[in-house]
Design a protein around this ligand. Structure first.
Ligand code: SAM
Length: 201
């Protein structure tokens, strides 16, 4: 699995400890959790958790926290720092969880590093593992009008042009989550990053 290998290499050589517990969690994840005041007993998934940067915040509030990532290296590192979290190496395109297992799924930067051809499949997986009316939060980058969706907006590895990151437009998002999730309301001219706080339909 070439894609997984590249992310694994990234974490293997991750001297700056990017996406690990040594970095502060994202403020927008904190806002999302504060806004909803979820019951502390819920089951919650940090999807594409990397080395646990956001998982550490999630776990501080919810003991039934799960984290998955395609990189074995990232998961080993995350487990070392957060031994009580249910971490596993998994591919978000085909998750190994029962239907309706989670109350909340968070995707902070995972879907938009996968090729857009997989995005509907990933959205369907999140939908499948969420309980009825479950909450889904996702962060996605914006795509300029002159770029097509398959054209990366930048590369993690700038020199080799590997590890692409893809951007979205409002209409892409509407199509991607159609019939699966509801509740986001962002202006059609929004530019920058989308923080989408949705519910399973
Ligand atoms: C931009 S990083 C974000 C990491 C973390 N969510 C954070 O905010 O610190 C994207 C993560 O998605 C993971 N990833 C990419 N494709 C994946 C896939 N198909 N299944 C699971 N994880 C994947 C990468 O290994 C990486 O850890």
């Amino acid at each position: 699995m070439r894609w997984g290998r590249l992310w694994n290499e990234f974490y293997k050589n991750n001297d700056e400890r990017i996406f690990t517990t040594s970095q502060p969690p994202d403020l927008h994840i904190e806002d999302f959790l504060n806004l909803h005041s979820f019951d502390p007993n819920i089951k919650i998934l940090d999807s594409g958790c990397g080395g646990g940067k956001n998982t550490q915040l999630i776990y501080s509030r919810f003991k039934n926290t799960y984290g998955v990532d395609i990189s074995e290296h990232a998961i080993i590192d995350a487990k070392k720092n957060l031994p009580e979290v249910n971490f596993s190496v998994q591919d978000v395109r085909e998750l190994n969880f029962d239907n309706e297992f989670f109350d909340v799924v968070i995707d902070a930067g995972c879907m938009h590093v996968e090729h857009p051809k997989y995005n509907r499949k990933i959205a369907e997986e999140y939908h499948r593992i969420l309980k009825p009316n479950g909450n889904f939060f996702i962060r996605l980058f914006y795509r300029e009008e002159d770029k097509i969706i398959e054209q990366p907006i930048f590369f993690f590895d700038v020199e080799t042009k590997q590890m692409p990151v893809y951007g979205y437009r409002y209409e892409d998002i509407v199509k991607l989550f159609d019939g699966l999730f509801k509740g986001f309301s962002y202006p059609a001219d929004h530019k920058g990053t989308y923080f989408l706080d949705m519910r399973k339909i």
